[in-house]
Ligand binder design. Structure first.
Ligand code: 5GP
Length: 187
């Protein structure tokens, strides 16, 4: 994939993997199944997590949130380094889940709206949250998570994104809403 490095903040390690292994699909979708969305490279994930920890140093974080499924690997590595729990929002509400915060997210890759929920047990008032996700496109997943965080009375301290797609408006929308985003590669 021809990926232009657009910001000096790009991590060369990740940009190089995207360039080497990424495949551009129709509709502006990037396929990175060889290290992120199907097969996972745990060494790369750990390096990316280290970079998130470096960038958010000095920002108090009580918990890492993500959405199943591809955010779980980098979020878990980040939680391990920060020594905080990692919670993933579920796309289907299990019958075993008690009271939950719920919202709906529109997925442009799947062209549908899906519900996501987090048990109230695992998102508490006052908690300071770092949201980690694989891609940032239109920002719908991130705004959905922000909704859940606000419902809980918690605070979103920032967002860590592996691959930000600058040709879609999510990054601008979120930054205009005053949210701090750290993206490790921009395409
Ligand atoms: P957004 O909610 O920002 O519009 O899209 C973010 C979500 O859509 C991510 O969690 C990711 O799962 C999916 N996504 C968006 N763009 C891409 C892409 O180019 N490739 C892949 N594999 N997933 C994407």
């Amino acid at each position: 994939m021809q990926n232009r490095l657009q910001t000096p903040n790009d991590m060369p390690l990740l940009a190089e993997r995207i360039r080497r292994e990424g495949r551009s699909l129709e509709g502006g979708i990037l396929k990175v199944d060889s290290f992120l969305n199907h097969q996972i490279d745990p060494l790369l994930m750990m390096e990316l997590a280290r970079e998130f920890v470096r960038r958010f140093e000095g920002t108090p974080i009580d918990k890492v949130l993500t959405i199943e499924s591809s955010g779980i690997a980098p979020a878990t590595m980040t939680g391990w380094l920060l020594r905080v729990p990692v919670v993933f929002a579920k796309k289907r509400r299990p019958s075993t889940m008690g009271e939950a915060y719920e919202t709906e997210i529109f997925s442009f890759t799947k062209n549908c709206t899906y519900p996501v929920c987090i048990s109230r047990e695992f998102l508490q008032p006052g908690e300071r949250i770092l949201f980690i996700d694989d891609f940032l496109a239109n920002g719908n997943a991130a705004f959905g998570i922000l909704d859940l965080v606000r419902q809980a009375g918690a605070t979103l301290q920032g967002i860590g994104i592996l691959i930000e797609k600058s040709f879609q408006p999510g990054g601008t929308r979120l930054r205009e809403a005053g949210i701090r985003i750290e993206s490790l590669a921009t395409i």
